[in-house]
Write a protein that binds this ligand. Sequence first.
Ligand code: HEM
Length: 220
Amino acid sequence: MGGFLKSSIARKLVMALSGLFLVFFLLQHFLINFTSVFGAETFNGISHFMGTNFFVQFLLQPVLILGVIVHFVMGIVLEMNNRSARPVGYVKFHGSANSSWMSRNMIWTGLVVLAFLGLHFYDFWFPEIYHKYIVIDPEDPMRYYPELVAKFADPVRTGLYVISFIFLSLHLLHGFSSSFQTVGWHEKFYKGMRGATVAFSIIIPIGFIFIALFHYFNQL
Ligand code: HEM
């Protein structure tokens, strides 16, 4: 297993599979958060279920966190290997002639998304863990919506979220479609899927931007 993971094909495969898993998470995360635009009731209901369900908390959540860690650690390892195998920078090879800006800058767009996750966990995930497993505050099924809305009262935070979602879009625009190529889908299927992956990579981040701005302007 250790030897297998040392091959660059295997590492790319791990990147692609963990990336596809995170895309799936992103879709469900977007759909749940989007309900907050229509009011508190549905969002509170789903959040309370997700936050208290044993299967979600102790199986899905650890798998998700592991997926995030594997994806970013492997991304950094791949980038370092590529750099040591390519002592002369892309620019000298006129990289833009045969590769997109997005494909050449996956590490940078990825690092911005990672920095966003740091802020995002500080905003939501750590308070949640603290509330439930450290101080063990009483459960209030109505608390999720006001907690979310309160974060978007701050224009700086809302701005940072919006910028991060633009970088997320750039990251997905290359990553999502290329993961299908890496897992070895037939060329015809890959070409057919490309349009859908591009649409997803633009629509979902715009949707997240909409949620953030909606709650910000709703409180002015
Ligand atoms: C407007 C946009 C977003 C809002 C309002 C939002 C809201 C939330 C909330 C309320 C939680 C806490 C869930 C819990 O109770 O544990 C959460 C967790 C999380 N969010 Fe977001 N989120 C947004 C965008 C994103 C994006 C774009 C990503 C990924 C790039 C992301 C990744 C995560 C992850 C990994 C968690 C931890 C999930 C868990 O283990 O529970 N979020 N988010």
